[in-house]
Design a protein around this ligand. Structure first.
Ligand code: GLU
Length: 424
């Protein structure tokens, strides 16, 4: 049963309680009153849905899905949809709150939302995946729309899944609704630049913090955990800026390449082997040891909750850039802070994706396509400005970058909530 109190096992890391307490702390730091803090923390709408799917065998299997709108004071809900066996209501609630903060930090006119289905999509045929997606989209359809809540890709969802959602909603409404999802193919209202935009934002934040720390990107050794939608393009983008990717992990394991990876060679190897493992000349490293590899910058770009106290204690790098959502636990963050390791938090570092989504949605609403240069210029400017605002604010607040970004986001949400007042 879905409750707002989120009954939990007191010993397990609970992403929702973690994010809720971070928002509360930010509220206290800003001197907000308790009523305002509670309004901001509490998700506005939680929908749990049953998703029956006819499998290829003819049997019907049941899956559970969610869509949560955390806060819509600054605009329609925005956030991805993930298909993963570990998806649950606490994870989706936490990620929806992260989206509220993220959109506020980069100052785009959205609230936060997130959705997901507890399913292992690697076990589904293409037909099963389509039926699951369409049934889930149909069931959450009353809650989504271009001016209500706009889903996007996240873990294990892509342009094809977005196309099926767009088509399902369009069939229901009786006309094309291109702006109901972002991350679509170009042929149905997607935008040039969306693919890889998260990685572009991560790269901008990496370059920006190195500059602020007065360190050169040239030869800086990077370890990336993840070689998917975000980690994949990062290898090339960071290498182009003079950095060396000396460690990489995917779901099959981790590798160490002290002289730095060749991005093109890795891309070729991956497309043939289906894994990064076996890259010529690489040493294998246990996957949970990835961040012990001798390095300067650590970039988690996979699932949440990986940087625990132990991982943080043994982390070799002196800067962490959170490309994944929620990769660091509360204890992990405390260790990194006590070791003086700056962390560019997820709500800033990986916001390039949602900024690109904003540009796609704006073009859909306008029915007018921007020149690619305009897209890239605006993405660069939005990310750079957000980084500089967080950095400047940190000097005033004197707390780590995560707390600073949270405070900036919460402050913007509080201001929108305050001026709108309380209905009725
Ligand atoms: N899933 C991405 C994120 O976590 C993108 C969300 C969006 O574009 O709406 O930020």
């Amino acid at each position: 049963m879905v409750t707002r109190s989120h009954e939990v096992d007191a010993h397990a890391f609970n992403p929702w309680l973690h994010v809720a307490s971070l928002i509360e702390q930010a509220g206290h730091l800003l001197g907000l009153d308790e009523g305002m803090i509670k309004r901001i923390v509490t998700p506005e709408r939680i929908l749990e849905v049953a998703v029956p799917v006819r499998m290829d065998s003819g049997e019907v299997e049941m899956f559970t899905g969610w869509r949560i709108q955390h806060d819509t004071s600054r605009g329609p809900g925005k956030g991805g949809i993930r298909f993963h066996p570990s998806v649950n209501v606490d994870e989706i609630a936490a990620l929806s709150a992260d989206m509220s903060i993220k959109c506020a930090v980069v100052n785009i006119p959205y609230g936060g939302a997130k959705g997901g289905v507890a399913v292992d999509p690697t076990l589904l045929s293409r037909g099963e995946l389509e039926r699951l997606t369409r049934r889930y989209a149909f069931t959450i359809a009353p809650m989504i729309g271009p001016d209500r809540d706009i889903p996007a890709p996240d873990i294990n969802t892509d342009t094809q899944v977005m196309s099926w959602i767009m088509d399902t909603v369009s069939m229901l409404r009786g006309h094309n609704v291109t702006g109901v999802v972002t991350g679509k193919p170009l042929s149905i209202g997607g935008t040039l630049g969306h693919a890889g935009a998260t990685s572009v934002g991560v790269t901008i934040c990496t370059a920006a913090i190195l500059q602020r720390l007065e360190r050169s990107p040239e030869g800086a050794r990077v370890v990336i955990q993840g070689y998917g939608k975000v980690g994949g393009p990062l290898v090339e983008l960071l290498t182009k800026r003079g950095m060396k990717v000396v460690g990489l992990a995917d779901v099959h394991g981790a590798i160490h390449v002290p002289e730095g990876l060749d991005p093109a060679l890795m891309a070729k190897h991956y497309s043939e082997a289906g894994t990064i493992m076996g890259y010529p000349g690489a040493d294998e490293v246990p996957a949970d040891q990835i961040f012990t590899i001798d390095s300067d910058i650590a970039i988690p770009a996979a699932l949440g909750g990986f940087i625990t106290e132990t991982v943080a204690n043994n982390l070799s790098a002196s800067v962490v850039i959170e490309a994944a959502n929620g990769p660091t636990t509360g204890d992990g963050a405390a260790v990194l802070a006590s070791r003086g390791i700056p962390v560019v938090p997820d709500v800033l570092a990986n916001a390039g994706g949602v900024v690109a989504s904003y540009f796609e949605w704006a073009q859909d609403l306008q029915g007018y396509w921007w020149e690619p240069e305009l897209f890239h210029q605006r993405l660069e400017r939005t990310m750079r400005e957000a980084f500089e605002q967080v950095w400047a604010r940190q000097q005033e607040l004197n707390v780590p970058l995560r707390e600073t970004a949270l405070a900036l986001g919460v402050e913007r949400i509080a201001e929108a909530t305050r001026v709108r007042g309380l209905f009725p």
